[in-house]
Write a protein that binds this ligand. Sequence first.
Ligand code: ZN
Length: 246
Amino acid sequence: MQHTTAELLSVQRANGAGPAQAFPRPALRVVEPAREVDLVAAQEAAAAFLVALGVDLDIESLAATPTRMAHAYAEMFAPRPFDLTTFPNDARYDELIIARSIPLHSVCEHHLLPFVGVAHVGYLPGERILGLSKLARVVELFARRPQVQERLTQQVADWLLEQVAPRGVGVVVEAEHLCMTMRGVRAQGGTTVTSALHGQLRQDAASRAEFFALIAPHQQPDVDQGRAAQPRCNADNPLSQDKAYS
Ligand code: ZN
């Protein structure tokens, strides 16, 4: 169950807890710094851009395209605010917590074309654990802006390290870049894989191997038998190889 900031503050007051030992803590509201968005200027610029490329905006179906373009890019560059809800790790859980295949949509800052794929985000908890849905929100926080995949991967890992202070963090992003598949080399179906590791996942080979084994593709659940297949580590999968990740 997610708590709002107000709920957590009221719990804190009811317990008479001071800020130094306040459990649960108030959630940290995560918002992007305010940006100046001038939609009218963006619409005018989009119209000029399309006309310069020879697109006829007098065609009825294209007349509102500059407006739609401006709104679409404004939305793609605006992550939704969220509350970073953390909980005390009362059970002293010390194994990996992983969110696999989080859908990822971002925009390549070199061509302003989308890149789409998945992110696998895991951590080894320390004193606090994170609301599971927040891992997806952290990915969105850094995806909704002009980006390069390498930086996005690193930023998600760095942010989790700073905010949650886990014993280790691992982030792997697999994405297809439309600037590679629609133009240029036209590498259809080509996927770019990036990874960022911190702490124990970077320093300890066994922890690192476990992380890559857990995010490797799994067998489909055996519906007939009513049980899930065991995780499978694919030795040929580059993700499961022990390499120097950055
Ligand atoms: Zn690009």
